[in-house]
Design a protein around this ligand. Sequence first.
Ligand SMILES: Nc1ncnc2c1ncn2[C@@H]1O[C@H](COP(=O)(O)OP(=O)(O)OP(=O)(O)O)[C@@H](O)[C@H]1O
Ligand SMILES: [Mg+2]
Length: 401
Amino acid sequence: MKAKILIVDDEPYLVRLMEYALKAEGHEIITAGTGTDAIKKAETEKPDILILDVMLPDLNGIEVAQYLRAKPEFVHLPIIMLSALAQVTDKIEGLKAGADEYLTKPVDLREMVVRVTMLLERRALTQPKAAPPASRGKIITVCGPKGGIGRTFTATNLALALTKTVSRKIMLLDGNRQLGDIDLALNLRQTRTLADLLARVDRLDAELVRTVMATHSAGVDVILAPAHLADLQPVQPAAVRKVASALLDMCDYLIVDTQAVIDDFTETFINIADVIVLLVQAEISTCRNAKLLMELARSDGQTLDNLIVVLNQFNPSDELQPADIEKILYQKIAVKVPANHELVQYSLNRGVPVVVSHPKQNVTRAIFQLADLVASNDDKRIAPAGGLFEAAGSLFGRRTS
Ligand SMILES: Nc1ncnc2c1ncn2[C@@H]1O[C@H](COP(=O)(O)OP(=O)(O)OP(=O)(O)O)[C@@H](O)[C@H]1O
Ligand SMILES: [Mg+2]
């Protein structure tokens, strides 16, 4: 158990000896030579344990311990008091002032190291458990078993639909290592891209991410795909995870549009997903390959509890019916997005998502249905206000008046 230890003593030689012995155990050491300095360092450095000499030039160790113990933040700070005064009465005075242990000088360094270790272990057991981490955002990976199945259309519209479904920060990532096209689908310009983040994985912070982000007028932050084929560098899954994690620190929902090729890069986005949106089409080969994709996700440890199967370009006259697809996949189809070539092409070509331009169209209703599923259980859902979203609301059985 490594700790930050504050050693307070006015004998530099002894301080150096103790520092040496404790550093050898992997601890971080800070030192102070007076009582006042000890209090200052305790307050600024927040040590895990305090080794405190009694005889100090200004405030003595007893006074320092009493002062610190009176403050709520130091009530549990382990204190080892150190002094040449070996009288029992002195020890009692030190313990009464709040010391947990009392060592007499000359200090046996081995004993001191053991006492430090014991105190740290005891504190770890008795300290109130840290509050659970603040709830983390969700990664929603939109994937599919073949090119052109509608990932970009779905991911872009889903991101925009979510801004109307939940009061949450939504970010969209073009997870295509090459030839991504979210810039066109949303009519966005940005010279810096995902390539810039992947090239700086060890220095990722909010400031850097902001320089790479483009923002859509609907309020979605977007990270675009590498702009040039020459930007294509080998990428390790660990780098992808770091980028996703840095982005997730800045949003509540990170929607990832993936590429058709299922390589390590795409597989990582599937592995780290909290929700997988799997697109299928009414074709035997596509459904068989969707099943293979599910198997891959499962073999990587995904339970698929949060899998949402979306049948895209659905046409009721298709030979392969939804019930047939469900039998092939052993999985329910959650959303059917109707085929509407004219509208979808119009929208993608102009860079205006259907959620914005055609809120009442059947395709858009299906996207809102998907957004509703993604955001289910979210306590920050926006109550539908009618008007623009009346159609979508009524589809989900919401009150729309
Ligand atoms: N519901 C739909 N109805 C009609 N056409 C659709 C529908 N969804 C997608 N398309 C069409 O499919 C084509 C591919 O769509 P999109 O670019 O979203 O797919 P993708 O899976 O992202 O493709 P890529 O493999 O290039 O990344 C587009 O021409 C689009 O118009
Ligand atoms: Mg695409």
